[in-house]
Design a protein around this ligand. Structure first.
Ligand SMILES: *[C@@H]1O[C@H](CO)[C@@H](O)[C@H](O)[C@H]1NC(C)=O
Ligand SMILES: *[C@@H]1O[C@H](CO)[C@@H](O)[C@H](O)[C@H]1NC(C)=O
Ligand SMILES: *[C@@H]1O[C@H](CO)[C@@H](O)[C@H](O)[C@H]1NC(C)=O
Length: 449
């Protein structure tokens, strides 16, 4: 499960939305891929049987192939809400705020299922890499999801050591499925202690610089316990930092949702209490389009209309003071969102109603590097001045894609500086193209030291 899809809010009341990563109009690409796989498969079949491989060898390789295929399918939860959005505080007048500050952190997530290796060039742009994710068990143990992910982590670690050993390495911690491990552990003193000890062990074993707690949809009942957990973790890690004679104390960050992703934003309501104990907050300010029920729209609008959530309203909401803004990381996504069965515009050219010929809304995601591969033509794209984002309307196939490009990311970076945000956090490096186009767009202005 990926970082931003791990929780379902109000699963009962949502309309059915089905991910469509293998539907008809993408067919050419997927058919090609499938044909390639079939050829490889048949070839290996011949080789294997030719080599007097036993029936069991054959069965094992088939199993691995099926598992690999399953992993390619992205499933997203649906985040919707009908209630009023939280009141947003008015941020500074961005048109008149003088002398934008510089960004002090450049944080990137590296998913454990990444196939791409992090490069020295990517590392030269970054200050922090967060491996996503390890799991908190119901008893409070910090674990890798699988042996495969552990090996990916170790490889990442080696690459950082040889590529740019100044980059800080952290792991993000999430709960698996619907175990509510964070809730259970935070409510129980013994389990909290297990969790802290397990974190200490992993910090030492894996030589990490810190942890990122991805518990971004706590319930109201968890409110006090969440603060307690993070406060005690801070104390625990500060003692450990001192004991280990660390120059820089161990880092703690948390993840916060975009506005509109939950009607019950405990992180937002509790922010002042949490900020005291954390070094920074990764605000996942993208995938706004996931909660558009029955129309398309910009996946990460910088600005919006009629009070619809946007990067601006989210970051304005979380920016409580000049000082605390520096702890906020503007989360940017290197993927786009697309829809099928797209009809006429509703409120805006890029807000289009959706047909449901199969009884459900068809929506999916595409990594920046795969946009052309999945047969979208960037040259036919348009720029939406209001949201400051690009989109592609594919009239022929009745589909629509909203995504980020160099121009939209530069606008977001200007916004981040004007808002005095401390940093950017990228989800995720591996979705960039091989020229690092989007990474360079966010880092061209440089990081102040
Ligand atoms: C922001 O400040 C500029 C310059 O002082 C002013 O022209 C503009 O109207 C202000 N905008 C808002 C939204 O207050
Ligand atoms: C940005 O968000 C703030 C807070 O919601 C709002 O007052 C302001 O008008 C927004 N700015 C723009 C340009 O939409
Ligand atoms: C989408 O749903 C809302 C609320 O249910 C409704 O008011 C609106 O007309 C719908 N829009 C379209 C384009 O169907």
């Amino acid at each position: 499960m990926s970082l931003y899809h791990s929780v379902q809010v109000n699963p009962d009341s949502d309309p059915v939305i089905v991910e469509v990563n293998n539907l008809d109009w993408k067919s050419a690409y997927y058919r090609r891929e499938r044909r390639k796989k079939t050829v490889v498969f048949l070839f290996s079949l011949i080789v294997i049987s030719g080599c007097i491989a036993s029936f069991w060898t054959y069965k094992a390789s088939l199993g691995a192939m099926i598992r690999r295929d399953r992993k390619n399918i992205v499933r997203t939860g649906a985040y919707f809400q009908d209630e009023q959005l939280p009141q947003t505080s008015v941020g500074p007048n961005t048109t008149s705020t003088p002398a934008p500050t510089c960004i002090t952190r450049m944080v990137a997530y590296y998913p454990g299922n990444s196939r791409r290796t992090i490069t020295a060039r990517q590392l030269s742009h970054l200050t922090h890499v967060i491996f996503a994710s390890m799991i908190i068990s119901e008893d409070g143990y910090l674990l890798f999801k699988s042996g495969h992910e552990e090996r990916r982590f170790l490889k990442l670690k080696r690459n950082i050591e040889s590529g740019n050993d100044k980059v800080k390495l952290m792991v993000s911690i999430e709960e698996e499925g619907v175990e509510f491990s964070f809730s259970k552990v935070s409510a129980d003193a013994r389990k909290r202690q297990t969790f802290f000890n397990s974190i200490s062990d992993q910090l030492a074993n894996l030589q990490l610089d810190g942890v990122d707690l991805n518990w971004r949809f706590p319930y109201r009942e968890d409110l006090e316990n969440q603060v307690k957990l993070i406060k005690e973790l801070r104390e625990h890690l500060d003692r450990l930092s001192e004991k280990n004679g660390r120059q820089n104390r161990y880092i703690i960050s948390i993840v916060a949702p975009a506005l509109g992703q939950t009607s019950n934003n405990q992180i937002g309501e509790n922010l002042e209490n949490l900020l005291e104990f954390v070094d920074f907050v990764n605000v996942m300010s993208f995938d706004y389009s996931i909660f558009y029920r029955n129309h398309t729209g910009p996946t990460a609008p910088l600005f919006s209309f009629e009070g619809f959530p946007s990067v601006n309203t989210t970051l304005s909401y979380y920016s409580r003071s000049q000082e605390s803004s520096k702890k906020l990381n503007l989360g940017v996504a290197f993927h786009g969102t697309y829809w099928n069965n797209v009809n006429e515009p509703v409120k805006r050219e890029n807000w289009r109603s959706l047909g449901t010929p199969k009884g459900y809304v068809e929506r999916g995601q595409v990594a920046y590097r795969n946009i052309e591969k999945e047969e979208w033509t960037k040259s036919t794209g348009s720029w939406d001045e209001e949201s400051k984002t690009p989109y592609i309307l594919d009239q022929e196939n009745k589909r629509f894609l909203s995504f980020e490009n160099k121009r939209s990311l530069k606008k977001k970076m200007n916004f981040a500086r004007k808002k005095n945000l401390g940093a950017v956090s990228i989800w995720s490096l591996e979705m960039d193209d091989s020229e690092d186009t989007l990474l360079r767009a966010v880092t061209t202005e440089g990081i102040c030291t």
